[in-house]
Design a protein around this ligand. Structure first.
Ligand SMILES: C[S@@+](CC[C@H](N)C(=O)[O-])C[C@H]1O[C@@H](n2cnc3c(N)ncnc32)[C@H](O)[C@@H]1O
Length: 235
């Protein structure tokens, strides 16, 4: 059956130039992998990465857990994941709509990094409720890279430039900033916008869904102006 994709999901499903270069793409996924590995509770943990994107470091992450479920809405991204990781016995690739295939109360850690901004608040609540059912009691949901209201483009530019100095891709970053001015990303951001949350708002939403929530001292990834929340299932 043909899936209906939201405008943002269609964006991620097509070829895009979000990363300034191959080096930037690898640098990004390496950092996300380090952040995820640091949060794994034990070596046999079942880990669910919701909206995982290309998950370039999935192979490495899978060596630190019992099972890694990569869940992604964009069909072409999923195809790439299956092609890359299909032969790894510890990695499973699922469509976002197939979360129901997982057994309730089995997941130790669920990650949703840099995804909340691309879904409506209602969809966020819906997904969080589904993830809560999948988590074990005491399991954790980490919601990362949450964009605060007024999270202006200037902050994104500063973040990219800072990251490019650390990662050694400054020239590519400058070119990519120029290209971004005319990119589909910018048009869509203007037209559809990004969902944003204050700390109080997102904590209240997660608490209503049955979680105890703390803000993590550092955001996942490189963006210092965004936030990560650690939500523990309490009921
Ligand atoms: C910015 S990328 C983040 C990828 C990865 N989590 C990371 O931290 O680099 C956003 C991803 O979320 C996916 N996505 C967007 N809306 C989604 C939804 N409603 N359900 C599942 N995935 C979604 C997109 O297809 C895209 O791969």
């Amino acid at each position: 059956m043909m899936e209906t994709l939201t405008p943002w999901q269609r964006f991620w499903d097509r070829k895009h130039r979000i990363y300034a270069s191959e080096r930037h793409r690898e640098f990004h996924y390496r950092r996300i992998a380090e952040d995820i590995i640091a949060e794994l509770p034990h070596a046999e943990a079942i880990l669910l990465d919701y909206g995982c994107g290309e998950a370039l470091q999935a192979e490495r992450i899978s060596r630190f857990c019992g099972r890694l479920v990569l869940c992604e809405a964009a069909p072409s991204v999923r195809q790439g994941l299956v092609a890359r990781f299909g032969s790894n016995q510890r990695i499973v690739v699922l469509a976002a709509s197939d979360l129901g295939q997982l057994s309730a109360s089995t997941v130790d850690l669920a990650i949703m990094n840099s995804v909340t901004q691309y879904m409506s608040a209602d969809e966020f609540d819906h997904v969080v409720a589904k993830l809560r059912l999948l988590l074990r009691y005491d399991g954790r949901l980490i919601v990362g890279d949450v964009v605060p209201p007024g999270g202006a483009i200037v902050g994104d530019v500063a973040s990219l430039l800072r990251t490019s100095i650390e990662g050694g891709f400054v020239i590519a970053a400058i070119w990519s900033l120029v290209a971004t001015l005319f990119s589909p990303y910018r048009k869509l951001r203007r037209k559809v916008g990004l969902s944003t949350y204050t700390e109080a708002e997102i904590k209240a939403r997660l608490a209503r869904a049955g979680f105890h929530v703390e803000r993590r001292n550092r955001n996942f990834g490189f963006h210092r102006g965004r936030a990560t929340y650690v939500a523990t299932r309490t009921r």
